[in-house]
Design a protein around this ligand. Structure first.
Ligand code: ADP
Ligand code: MG
Length: 327
């Protein structure tokens, strides 16, 4: 089972002829059993991409291939794709079990078979105790799990998740990352999970596709994207903190991760002044002139202190100043 998107282009025509290029030549492939995370800021085209894969949004150009079959012209209902949204839309007047089984019932599956499928998928997602409740009696995280169960019950060929954890509180979000991974592994389907949350992308992805302005900037394992961002744009957006990018010298932009910047009280290096110190648990974020450094809290300098900043040559990244491309 796999899903491939080739040359996807989508232009929305807004009022008075204004055009929004939501997808600008997107190529993407999720392999069998792979969890591909699409990460990018709001408005970068993530939802449009998922809707195009699901068949809810016709493309202006390009194609969608599921299991080696071109489904570009196939209506949504016949694509065998499950899509879960951020706001889990459950039927409020139906119980949880009925909500999960509603699609199966609609397809004419026998009542007894629907019930056993509902139990099975509820067990996988650890929501059996919720089956007799009403949607109004669920927390946000529980609603999300019920929505996942409803999507999973028909063993789709592809599973698409559009920011499913965005409105779930932190503690549950951390747990659900692992749960979604576990469900995806047990189903063995390719899953495309969309998020604007870098940490979530890093934590969950087999591979990550970094999107901005309708384009996929880079697609690779999270570790590779982090270690070798392909462009300055990726270096800025991917990772827990943006990479420091120094003003160009001779057509080259030098980048350094905040975790690799060292701050000393004396010695040789770049002289700088501490502008801000922000506690962050065991660590602190220190702004020295226009550079960001993450240091152990015990090493925190004072605001206004004159310091010396260094880093190791091997921690430098180099980009072309004109194109932004890695050199
Ligand atoms: P994301 O999910 O990454 O936040 P979207 O795919 O929702 O981004 O949107 C991409 C761009 O397309 C945005 O600029 C958005 O305003 C625009 N857009 C999305 N849907 C429509 C629509 N139905 N009509 C016009 N513009 C749209
Ligand atoms: Mg969206």
């Amino acid at each position: 089972m796999s899903v491939v998107v080739e040359g996807a282009r989508k232009v929305y025509r807004a009022r008075r002829g204004a055009r929004v290029v939501a997808l600008d030549g997107v190529d993407l492939a999720a392999k069998p059993g792979e969890l591909l995370v699409v990460v990018g800021p709001s408005g970068s085209g993530k939802s449009t991409l998922l809707r195009a894969i699901a068949g809810l949004e016709p493309l202006d150009a390009g194609r969608v291939v599921i299991d080696d079959r071109d489904v570009t012209g196939v209506p949504a209902g016949r694509r065998d794709v499950a899509l879960v949204f951020q706001e889990a839309a459950l039927f409020p007047h139906l119980g949880v079990a009925a909500n999960i089984g509603i699609g199966e019932r609609a397809r004419g599956t026998r009542r007894g078979d629907v019930e056993s499928r509902v139990r099975e998928v509820a067990r996988t997602l650890d929501i059996e105790p919720l089956l007799s409740r009403m949607p109004g009696e669920l927390s946000g995280g529980e609603r999300q799990r019920v929505a996942l169960a409803r999507a999973m019950i028909r063993a789709p060929r592809v599973c698409l998740l559009d920011e499913p954890l965005a409105s779930v509180d932190t503690e549950l979000r951390l747990r659900m990352r692992g749960e979604i991974r576990a469900v995806q592994r047990s189903l063995g389907v390719p899953m495309v999970h969309v998020t604007h949350d870098q940490a979530e992308a890093m934590a969950m992805a087999d591979r990550v596709a970094v999107m901005a302005e309708g384009k996929v900037l880079q697609c690779d394992t999270p570790a590779s994207v982090y270690a070798r961002p392909a462009t300055t744009a990726v270096a800025r957006v991917f990772g827990p903190l943006p990479m420091n990018l120094l003003p160009a010298v001779d057509g080259v932009v030098t980048g350094v991760r905040p975790d690799r910047v060292r701050v000393h009280r004396s010695g040789s290096g770049r002289r700088a002044t501490v502008v801000a110190v922000e506690p962050a648990g065991e660590e602190c974020l220190v702004t020295v002139d226009d550079l960001l450094a993450r240091l152990p809290w015990a090493d925190a300098p004072q605001v206004g202190e004159h310091v010396v900043v260094t880093w190791r040559p091997e921690d430098e990244h180099h980009f072309d100043a004109a194109t932004g491309a890695r050199r």
